[in-house]
Design a protein around this ligand. Structure first.
Ligand code: MD3
Ligand code: FE
Length: 216
């Protein structure tokens, strides 16, 4: 029946592209699970809501953040670090949902990293105009483990530089359900997010959510 074709909700194909030795993009890898991931998000936000942290210099970070897992990434006038306690609530961060952990482990495996055991999931919320300046992630105790990043919601232009700040930066469009994995030689590459443009996604509304899984 031709009608059946129109009853089917199209799911985009997963497409795995190795960009370099240590960098893999898994287009639409989280698309199928995204409603689940968003439902888990709404549950954990009741425990540890999004908040805007401050930097050591006293600037308010324009990306709203929270965490789940054994440790969370926090920043305040003392600088940034990983902490088992949410400073907003004085208690532990919510447990990392199994759906989050499993997705991150599978994405790492697909990218050639066998024993990834994520302990931290930093959750970033970008509104239109939010950006993340070019930086390195070098606060983790092990640089052997990869980093897995899951994009949900509206489009982002991800900036991927090299090992030094002055290296050429390329732009990668990240949309709902895209996953990126960095490790090995690429673990210390500079990266950031260009200012987010207006948009709307039925699952997130007018924002972009990013889940970043780390082992530390
Ligand atoms: C590339 N967040 O919170 S992780 C961050 O879109 C951060 O919100 C990104 O960068 C975001 O620090 C997603 C992207 C990432 C992390 C580590 C990397 C990219 C990387 C290490 C090397 C190269
Ligand atoms: Fe980063």
């Amino acid at each position: 029946m031709i009608g059946d074709l129109f009853d089917t909700i199209e799911e985009p194909e997963v497409n795995i592209v190795k960009l370099s030795d240590g960098t893999t993009i898994l287009h639409k890898y989280a698309y199928r699970d995204s409603a689940d991931l968003m439902q888990e998000l709404s549950k954990l936000l009741k425990i540890s809501p999004f908040r805007n942290m401050v930097t050591a210099g006293g600037h308010i970070i324009n990306v709203a953040m929270t965490n789940c897992g054994n440790l969370g990434w926090v920043s305040d006038r003392q600088g940034y670090r990983y902490s088992p306690i949410d400073p907003l609530t004085g208690t532990h961060w919510p447990k990392m949902p199994l759906a989050y952990k499993n997705l991150a482990i599978l994405a790492a495996q697909q990218s050639g990293f066998k024993d990834f055991a994520p302990t931290v999931c930093l959750i970033n919320k970008y509104l239109p105009g939010s950006k993340l300046s070019l930086h390195q992630d070098k606060n983790e105790s092990t640089f052997n483990a990869p980093i897995v990043s899951v994009s949900l919601g509206i489009l982002a232009s991800f900036l991927l530089g090299g090992q030094s700040r002055s290296d050429k930066v390329s732009r990668i469009a990240l949309t709902h359900g895209d996953v990126m994995v960095w490790g090995g030689p690429d673990r210390l590459r500079y990266h950031g997010v260009a200012p987010i443009k207006d948009g709307y996604h039925p699952q997130t509304g007018e924002c972009r959510i990013n889940l970043t899984f780390r082992q530390t």
